[in-house]
Design a protein around this ligand. Structure first.
Ligand code: GLC
Length: 737
């Protein structure tokens, strides 16, 4: 009897100590136990949509496909799903994926523009609309948010990023995940998010896409990894490998990145997919000898699913038989894939129900317009040119005045230009103006001059000019990198001739990146920068120009004076010779002796400052910032201090202001940036009113990665700003004990 009691007690104790597997994990284990090796490998295979081709349906029936991307016909999706569920041996549903980067049908500003709103709620709302619209087509997985911190405007994919700052990218990435996924991934309108591109893709050398990167681990951990950790913590369901190598190791084959960091350090249990063909691309990288070798390397580096290399389906079985890949590792990959499908509710509800009028709903268009309004950054407004007043006739000119296909920007496969409302269409609906529309140039790269005369003639007949310039959509995005980031074509000549008319000249710049618009800004009376703002770019511009809306955008990325300054960003190091005693190239005396001018850190032909700094943006009103006030000048290791500031709206418009919190570690064992964004709040302040904005700071907020790869804050003195952008403000000082 005694032994039996002891036995029961042991069993009870073991049961109490063994974490109960939740039902999903039990279901996964149960399903996995029934799967053949071929069926497991089938789940690890993602193919591009091919309609209902026999080839594809045959592979699905044979259990050789886990996911399909780029199928957006909901009837085809449901039929493919039916074949998977009813005609394959185990009936495992497919997961359908699509790049829904900033909208499906209703297009929001490109992510760089969404970051310019500094409003996570707007970004989340946009992702929610994108999810609802795309889920109606059967899509349940999107390859977004792209959270590659990017400090190089030559890189075409800066358009898809949230800009140059780690903290802002993390906040916007997490908001996007929440918008796509909601708090219940099984929600039929929830779509799985995908953190991409893991990692360091934004550091592609010379801003050339797919190029190599050299990133010290300390910098990788301080700058490029944190947004990915933030979205993982926000529940991002999947990750995607980046095309680039980091210090010689392509991410698709980087076990340190994909296992040591993603799985072991972060305890991430989502699914990791390659980028398109990135497994096979390890061959031209010179990292793998052939596709079989690439499949082995990717499998052993923890990659769960192969997007379009066909490496796993062709070689993984043989690699297991040869003992080069363990079946246990394949089981882990399949667990991650099945877990995603269970979490999405695909086993219970594999089919997409018919949704009435899912696209372009009025409330969706209104959200898109609001996002476009908040994404516009007012860079210049001399003589209060904007909002236009006492104006009867407006000449709306420029190649982007009536270009729906371009105003939506890159990465919007499903956008329909005919649904885009252009500035021309929106301005024509305005009652307060007569509008003359004359593009002058037929597209942004147009070098012909004959159209310019028509635009100039229109301008002469008008009281004010709104000139829509920038880039066609095709000039940014993947593999669309530019070594010269000035206005393409004859746009600058157009602006010169418009300037010569002497009429008030407003530039509306629509682009996928920062452009070096120094000369054009000089000529203009006002400049509104609108990173390709989507379906409702036109109505947004009209409301901003007329004052119905007040600009509140702030730059998420530095705008350089010239491309030779790149990389130029606010969170730079101070160097041992910070810029001072600047003598510009034209001011150097002839026959100047070698060291007769300042020997500090700047360019002779550009100085040390960009054209416009990170965080910069004007309003139609003005704001006065008092000096920051600290709750204490000493911050203890486990304590916190509150930093507050009074901001007064000293103008005549009620408006939003994005108040930014920056810190600087004055002395550290590794040199630290001159400023780092640690928080922001977008506050509405009525004309003449004052608001007090407060932030809390703890030691954790001041942590940085050390040479031993541990992140922590060091005791010492810090500066703190509450400011309107990354260059303004009077700092206060405190000490971390
Ligand atoms: C592309 C992109 C990636 C995208 C994927 C699927 O090459 O690099 O961002 O999600 O392929 O379209």
């Amino acid at each position: 009897m005694k032994n039996k009691l002891l036995w029961f007690a042991t069993i009870a104790l073991l049961a109490a100590c063994t974490p109960a597997k939740d039902s999903t994990e039990q279901k996964i284990d149960n399903l996995l136990s029934q799967m053949t090796l071929e069926e497991k490998i089938g789940q690890m295979n993602q193919l591009n949509g091919m309609g209902l081709s026999d080839d594809l349906t045959g592979q699905i029936r044979a259990g050789q496909v886990g996911s399909i991307l780029n199928e957006v016909n909901v009837d085809v999706v449901n039929e493919l799903q039916r074949i998977a569920v009813e005609e394959s041996r185990l009936g495992i549903p497919l997961i359908i994926a699509r790049d829904v980067i900033h909208g499906f049908k209703t297009i929001f500003p490109i992510p760089l523009g969404q970051a310019a709103t500094w409003n996570p709620a707007v970004v989340e709302a946009g992702a929610r609309v994108a999810a609802e619209e795309s889920a109606a087509s059967g899509i349940r997985w999107t390859f977004s948010p792209m959270i590659d911190v990017s400090r190089d405007p030559r890189w075409g994919r800066i358009a898809e990023s949230y800009g140059e700052d780690t903290y802002l990218s993390a906040v916007m990435g997490a908001a996007t995940v929440k918008g796509y996924q909601t708090d219940n991934l099984a929600n039929p309108t929830a779509i799985a998010a995908c953190a991409k591109h893991f990692c360091g893709y934004g550091v592609s050398e010379s801003g050339k896409d797919y190029n190599t990167t050299w990133i010290p681990e300390v910098q990788l951990r301080d700058v490029y990894l944190p947004p990915f950790k933030a979205v993982a913590d926000a529940g991002c369901a999947t990750f995607m490998c980046s095309f680039n190598d980091i210090n010689g190791v392509p991410s698709t084959g980087n076990a340190w990145l994909n296992k040591d960091i993603l799985r072991d350090e972060w305890n991430y249990d989502g699914m990791l997919v390659t980028d398109w063909g990135s497994m096979e691309q390890m061959i031209p990288h010179g990292f793998c000898s052939d596709l079989k070798h690439a499949a082995e390397v990717a499998a052993n580096a923890g990659v769960d699913m192969d997007m379009m290399s066909y490496g796993y389906t062709q070689y993984l079985k043989t690699l297991v038989e040869e003992g080069k890949v363990k079946e246990a590792d394949i089981d882990n990959a399949v667990r991650n894939i099945l877990r995603l499908k269970f979490r999405l509710g695909l086993f219970e509800n594999p089919y997409t129900a018919k949704v009435e009028n899912p696209y372009y709903r009025p409330e969706s268009l209104e959200k898109a317009k609001q996002a476009a309004i908040e994404s516009a950054v007012l860079l210049k407004n001399d003589k209060q040119t904007l909002p236009l007043k006492d104006v009867r006739t407006v000449a709306l000119v420029g190649p982007l005045a009536d270009a729906g296909v371009d105003q939506v920007g890159t990465w919007c496969f499903d956008a329909e230009p005919e649904h885009c409302v252009t500035p021309a269409q929106a301005f024509r609906n305005l009652e307060q103006f007569n509008v003359i529309v004359e593009p002058g140039l037929t597209y942004s790269r147009d070098n012909s001059q004959q159209g310019i005369q028509k635009a100039v003639a229109a301008a002469r007949r008008a009281d004010a000019i709104v000139c829509c310039v920038g880039e066609e959509a095709i000039l940014s995005g993947e593999a669309k990198c530019r070594a010269d980031i000035s206005l393409p074509g004859a746009q600058t000549e157009l602006i010169r001739q418009l300037k010569a008319t002497g009429k008030p000249l407003v530039l509306a710049v629509m682009a996928g990146r920062p452009l070096t618009i120094g000369e054009e800004t000089e000529m203009a009376d006002a400049v509104l920068y609108h990173f390709h703002a989507g379906t409702m770019a036109g109505p947004a511009l009209a409301e901003l120009i007329t004052g119905q809306a007040v600009p509140s955008g702030k730059l998420p990325v530095t705008i350089p004076k010239m491309v030779g300054q790149v990389p130029v960003y606010y969170a730079h190091k101070n160097t041992g010779r910070p810029a001072s005693n600047i003598t510009m190239i034209d001011d150097i005396p002839v026959a100047a002796p070698q060291f007769s001018i300042g020997s500090t850190s700047y360019h002779l032909d550009a100085g040390s400052q960009p054209l416009f700094p990170f965080g910069y943006g004007l309003s139609y009103t003005t704001f006065a910032y008092a000096n920051p006030v600290l709750s204490d000048t000493v911050l203890t290791r486990n304590g916190k201090i509150t930093v507050s500031c009074e901001i007064r709206n000293t103008g005549s418009y009620d408006a939003y202001e994005t108040v930014q919190l920056y810190t600087r570690d004055l002395v550290a064992s590794l040199c630290q940036p001159v400023r780092l964004l640690k928080g922001f709040q977008k506050v509405h302040i009525k004309a003449g009113q004052t608001a007090t904005v407060s932030f809390e700071l703890t030691a954790d907020d001041l942590a940085f990665c050390h040479s031993d790869m541990r992140s922590y804050a060091e005791p010492g003195d810090f500066q703190v700003w509450i400011a309107a952008d990354s260059q303004q403000g009077i700092p206060a000082t405190f000490t971390l004990r």
